[in-house]
Design a protein around this ligand. Structure first.
Ligand SMILES: Cc1cc2nc3c(=O)[nH]c(=O)nc-3n(C[C@H](O)[C@H](O)[C@H](O)COP(=O)(O)OP(=O)(O)OC[C@H]3O[C@@H](n4cnc5c(N)ncnc54)[C@H](O)[C@@H]3O)c2cc1C
Length: 290
């Protein structure tokens, strides 16, 4: 099937992008890796595609005020290879699982957030780290937490005239460790289930905070504070009963030809226990001992 007819514009300034989006018939085109298939399947029929890649200020990538700021036009592959991204180790852990290298050469980090696929890796990383999403639209600029930005499968808090300007991921602190794992049928496929973890410890190695985000398991990434759980058990096998119980609560994706709900619960429980335990070990390796 071919896409329905549309106009294409590539403004060179933010004001002109917002002007093109005014009225609600325009659609932002970033990397096109999700939008173009949507158009080709006629699941969307925007009047105008507004290509944002020629706006210089949307290309910003760097550490600022304790966080890695990624502008709307920054490609996933640029982030993957930029030394500044080492400030957020989870990005380096998750990025190789986002489709394939060729897709990441075009796809943007913000585009992945705006598309809000429930099985996508980057929205889960953003939710686990409590990243901040910066939006601009008719009501002006506003910044919201990633978990509030995604409102359901393929839906977000951005209105039709809004532009996602940037996402800022907090830089990892001393005493912070992370885990990431997913199970997919083939490398590069969307995950059947996946987890992202962040654990913090004090100078003595005691757990001060633990967060767990699951993806591919519900209509959006689901985040839970699990500090008490990690204080009761630290190793993977000891954690298993608690993560299995958590799986019953948070995994509600219906079964399909790739796996039943029960199978996804089992995957989630096993991965969550393993990645919490790993993140704890890494946090202790990174703690300040001076
Ligand atoms: C075969 C294949 C496999 C894939 N596998 C994976 C995978 O395993 N994991 C994964 O996470 N992704 C996967 N993807 C999706 C890919 O990562 C996309 O790059 C990403 O989801 C969207 O980024 P984009 O820049 O291409 O956005 P686009 O396709 O340009 O846009 C996607 C949507 O977001 C909107 N949008 C984009 N940028 C903005 C903005 N700044 N403000 C407001 N709205 C915006 C667009 O209007 C559109 O609705 C896969 C894609 C393909 C084709």
């Amino acid at each position: 099937m071919k896409a329905a007819p549309f106009a294409y514009v590539r403004p060179g300034s933010l004001d002109d992008v917002l002007g093109e989006l005014a009225g609600g018939d325009g659609k932002v085109l970033a990397g096109g890796q999700s939008l173009v298939p949507v158009l080709a399947m006629r699941l969307g029929r925007p009047g105008t595609l507004v290509d944002i890649t020629a706006v210089p200020e949307l290309g910003e990538l760097g550490v600022r005020d304790g966080g890695l700021r990624v502008g709307a036009a920054v490609r996933q592959r640029a982030v993957e290879h930029d030394p500044a991204a080492r400030a957020v180790p989870l990005i380096g852990m998750a990025m190789p699982f986002v489709g394939h290298r060729e897709l990441r050469s075009r796809g943007t980090v913000c585009g992945s957030l705006a598309h809000a696929d429930p099985a996508a890796e980057l929205p889960a990383v953003a939710c686990c780290l409590d990243a901040r999403i910066e939006l601009i639209g008719p009501a002006g600029r506003r910044t919201i937490p990633a978990a509030e930005f995604v409102t359901g499968a393929m839906s977000t808090a951005a209105g039709p005239e809004d532009l996602l300007l940037s996402v800022t991921f907090p830089a990892a602190a001393a005493g912070e460790g992370h885990g990431f794992a997913e199970i997919a049928r083939r490398h590069g496929d969307f995950a059947l289930a996946g987890v992202v973890t962040r654990v913090r410890v004090d100078r003595d190695g005691a757990v001060t905070g633990a967060r767990l985000t699951g993806f591919g398991i519900s209509d959006r990434a689901v985040t839970r504070e699990v500090t008490p759980l990690l204080r009761e058990a630290e190793d993977e096998h000891g954690l298993r009963p608690a993560t299995a119980a958590l799986a019953e609560e948070v995994v509600d994706t219906g079964g399909d030809t790739h796996g039943s709900t029960g199978y996804r619960r089992r995957l989630f429980g096993v991965l969550a226990a393993r990645e919490l335990s790993r993140a704890l070990r890494r946090a202790r390796d990174r703690r300040e001992t001076a």
